[in-house]
Design a protein. Structure first.
Length: 249
């Protein structure tokens, strides 16, 4: 069977060899890059959600200064191309941090590529998450908030027990899109030399000149991550929407 397939597609055997997990194949490098991409995407997504919750609450219930700062943050981050933001935050951000440490009498620090990647993408994700979560919070019926206050709950208790559980199902579709964006945005970190899937693919393709083989394999890995993520978020959304009117079981 394999002999017939190799005769029908002469280059398949060479491609299988190049994509094998053991040397001289480069499959192990691609898998390592995919794992690094997932780690960065997970870290950036959760950091962005934390920033988004703070940003949404700041826009809705903060003072004038807080609301203006959050408006500037979300406007600038969403207006500037993400690649430009990554370059600015990665290079200028680390330089400003080390200058501040020198001014305070501390030694400069070397920030790992993993931490920098998560931080940079987390800031970008936070701007979009702020708007997603703000819209979800505003969609919570005002009567539920008033009932919580009538029971004597504090603002934190109201958010934890009423607002957050009610707004989460409404925010999940938008958050699932942000997660998919985060997985694809990790490819932009190749420009700063972080060893994620796109950079590993470029190195493998450049060394072997098999560009079609490796970029097709990278596309397949991104597609697998997207499909699995869609299933996971679909299950989460179904679980959190149980009992809601119009929710599908």
């Amino acid at each position: 069977m394999l002999d017939w397939i190799y005769q029908w597609w002469p280059g398949l055997e060479a491609s299988v060899t190049l994509l094998s997990l053991e040397p001289p194949g480069w499959g192990g490098n691609l898998v390592r890059g995919a794992v690094n991409s997932l780690i960065i995407a997970l870290g950036a997504f959760f950091l962005g959600c934390v920033i988004g919750i703070g940003g949404a609450l700041g826009k809705l219930s903060g003072g004038p200064v807080t609301r203006d700062l959050m408006a500037v943050y979300t406007t600038v981050v969403r207006a500037v191309p993400e690649l430009v933001l990554i370059l600015i935050l990665y290079y200028a951000g680390t330089d400003l941090l080390n200058q501040a440490l020198r001014a305070l009498g501390y030694r400069p620090i070397e920030i790992s590529g993993l931490a920098a990647g998560i931080g940079v993408l987390g800031v970008v994700q936070g701007a979009y998450a702020t708007e997603v979560l703000r819209g979800a919070i505003q969609a919570v019926p005002a009567g539920q908030i008033e009932a919580a206050r009538a029971y004597g709950m504090t603002r934190f208790q109201t958010f934890r027990r009423v607002t957050f559980p009610a707004m989460l199902p409404l925010a999940l579709p938008g958050l699932s899109n942000l997660w998919l964006i985060a997985t694809k945005d990790t490819a932009l970190l190749a420009i700063v030399g972080f060893s994620e899937l796109t950079l590993e693919t470029r190195q493998a393709a450049g060394s072997t000149r098999a560009y079609f083989t490796f970029f097709l394999a990278a596309g397949a890995l991104y597609l697998i991550m997207t499909l699995v993520s869609g299933r996971v978020f679909g299950w989460i959304e179904t679980r959190f929407r149980r009992g809601q009117a119009g929710a599908r079981s």
